[in-house]
Ligand binder design. Structure first.
Ligand code: NAD
Length: 264
């Protein structure tokens, strides 16, 4: 099935039970794509709700729980999307975790868990999506979650920053290798988005810096030129562009969408 032959384009968004992923899934549905949503099995209830909101918006939806760090689970997830929605045109490898810990306190297990989800998980999603798009012969759009810390790490988020830096490198390598298949690969780099992830970061930084709950996010928000904390819809609007034909001539880029914290 070729893109543009009348069939709806299909997107898969990982880590979509809440936060940025949910915002992206709902935005892509509003853009007219059918959307499959993924998250860990523990969040299946929330995932079903997101799928329901996509159906209410008039699009087809599928809920495909899987752990993105598990190669077999990722393969099964992409196969299910192709079976249930017909094809895969846009992969958004959004799932990720954060952990606030000093480099001196990190255990090898802390390091491995971070890399398994935030870097290997993105790699596995990129790879399975590319295999599916190549089988279809349609080309497609592969999009990953990096971060401003892919350009300048945050202290106390060292391993997280390294994983996001890795996503930037992976995005460049994949863009080079898959251009011949008409697949573009780009990443978005949010700044400080008011989600559950930042609640966790705020708590960890507050403990480290002797601040009250809410004070760390307030302190770091002073860095934002546009003067407000980012919302999932701000990220989703940019991902909407990356998923659209308007970005056809763009590949290998990791672009900051952060209200003006870092400048490229
Ligand atoms: P969040 O914690 O609110 O949501 C992340 C979702 O990913 C959760 O629903 C979680 O269950 C899911 N997830 C975690 N591990 C998974 C796994 N192994 N398999 C499948 N799903 C898994 O976080 P968010 O703020 O919405 O962040 C989304 C993405 O954006 C992440 O990759 C994050 O690193 C990145 N990001 C966030 C910010 C921010 O300020 N919040 C900034 C830059 C980048």
């Amino acid at each position: 099935m070729a893109e543009g032959d009348g069939a709806s384009r299909v997107a898969l968004v990982t880590g979509a039970a809440r936060g940025i992923g949910r915002g992206i899934a709902e935005r892509l549905a509003a853009d007219g794509l059918d959307v499959a949503v993924n998250d860990v099995e523990d969040n299946e209830g929330e995932l079903t709700e997101v799928a329901e909101s996509i159906r209410k918006a008039g699009r087809r939806a599928a809920a495909v729980p899987a752990d993105v760090s598990d190669p077999e689970a990722v393969e099964g997830m992409v196969r299910r999307v192709a079976d249930e929605l017909g094809q895969l045109n846009v992969m958004v490898a959004n799932a990720g975790v954060a952990e606030v810990k000093a480099l001196l306190d990190l255990s090898p297990d802390d390091w491995n868990r971070m890399m398994a989800i935030n870097l290997r998980g993105v790699f596995l999603c990129y790879q399975e999506a590319a295999r599916q798009m190549i089988r279809q012969g349609t080309g497609g759009k592969i999009i990953g979650a990096a971060s401003i810390v892919a350009y300048r790490p945050f202290p106390m988020l060292g391993h997280y920053s390294v994983a996001k830096w890795g996503v930037r490198g992976l995005t460049q390598a994949a863009a080079m290798e898959w251009a011949e298949h008409n697949i573009t690969v780009n990443a978005y780099c949010p700044g400080i988005v008011g989600t559950d992830m930042w609640d966790l970061i705020d708590e960890g930084l507050a403990e480290h810096e002797g601040l009250q709950k809410g004070e760390a996010i307030e302190k770091y928000s002073d860095l934002i030129a546009l003067g407000r904390v980012e919302e999932p819809r701000d990220v989703a609007a940019f991902v909407s562009y990356l998923a659209s034909k308007d970005s056809d001539y763009m590949t290998g880029q990791s672009v900051m969408i952060d209200g003006g914290i870092q400048f490229s």
